[in-house]
Ligand binder design. Structure first.
Ligand SMILES: Nc1ncnc2c1ncn2[C@@H]1O[C@H](COP(=O)(O)OP(=O)(O)OP(=O)(O)O)[C@@H](O)[C@H]1O
Ligand SMILES: [Mg+2]
Length: 260
């Protein structure tokens, strides 16, 4: 495993103001994620996991603190610069999938390749089709999202996130809508795809011969246990107890185990 952190977070805070006043969602998170490693972010509903993932991926901007992603400081970066950094380097599986409703499964998966450019539509579709086959949706490529089940949409979202071979894959509850058997298959697939996905990645912080980096939010204890590190978030703060950190085998003994 490469020792360069692909993600370096210091004192990260996220505050929002709504009708009821100011709400602190994240309050001073520190975190380092090393190239080629897999990290599970766990914690109760509403603890700030999705917010943290969005900040790490550069989808949202912090109120205070810093996030370095693939060697670039995101703080103060304009959205178009963050988009350029994400493009091709970062894959994101949203908790709510966020597939494009007017595009077929195949078109949804091919879209990031077409946005990236340098590839013919025919080639983009061929790669998208191959990935949809890998996630068991070879017979559903022409379906629009509304005609797919929640688990099928989740697998399309996963294929879309992987299609550019990103250096870092962020996934928010990637097994959340799947039955146990499909969930296990998707976990296997994620780690398997992850292993060869990293080989074509390049640039600062990418892994040297290892896999792409995985950062996953999950309530799934089987998935958390397969990760190299587990980070627990409680009410917007990282639980400092070393028992919960960087040691997946300790997830079983941790008091939070029931909520993982
Ligand atoms: N833009 C926003 N405005 C106001 N409150 C927000 C906003 N975004 C998030 N929150 C609040 O911040 C808290 C953390 O939200 P977040 O979605 O990060 O939680 P989570 O840990 O992902 O929860 P879950 O496990 O249910 O997905 C929640 O209480 C949520 O209501
Ligand atoms: Mg969430």
């Amino acid at each position: 495993m490469n020792s360069d952190p692909v993600i370096e977070v210091r004192g990260l805070c996220k505050r929002v103001t709504d009708a009821t006043g100011e709400l602190t969602i994240l309050d001073g998170i520190d975190l380092s994620v090393h190239a080629g490693s897999s990290v599970a972010i766990v914690g109760a509903s509403g603890s700030g996991k999705s917010t943290l993932l969005g900040l790490l991926a550069g989808l949202d901007s912090a109120s205070a603190g810093s996030v370095r992603l693939l060697g670039h400081e995101l703080t103060g970066m304009a959205e178009d610069q963050r988009a350029a950094l994400r493009n091709g380097s970062v894959g994101f599986v949203f908790q709510s999938f966020q597939l494009m409703p007017h595009l077929s499964a195949l078109e949804n998966v091919a879209l990031p390749l077409e946005l990236q450019g340098g590839i013919t539509t025919r080639e983009a579709f061929a790669r998208a089709r191959a990935l949809l086959e890998r996630v068991g949706l070879g017979q559903r490529t022409g379906h629009y999202p509304k005609l797919l089940s929640g688990g099928e949409q989740q697998r399309v979202a996963l294929a879309r996130a992987f299609v550019t071979h990103p250096a870092v894959l962020f996934a928010d509850e990637p097994t959340g809508s799947l039955d146990a058997a499909t969930g296990h298959a998707v976990i296997d697939l994620m780690f398997e795809l992850n292993r060869f996905s990293g080989s074509s990645s390049s640039g600062a912080g990418s892994s040297a011969g290892g896999g792409a980096t995985l950062v996953l939010v999950t309530h799934d204890i089987d998935l958390a246990r397969r990760c190299d590190a587990v980070v627990t978030i409680e009410a917007g703060r990282r639980v400092p107890n070393a028992l919960h950190v960087d040691s997946p085998e300790n997830v079983r003994e941790a008091p939070e185990a029931g909520r993982v």
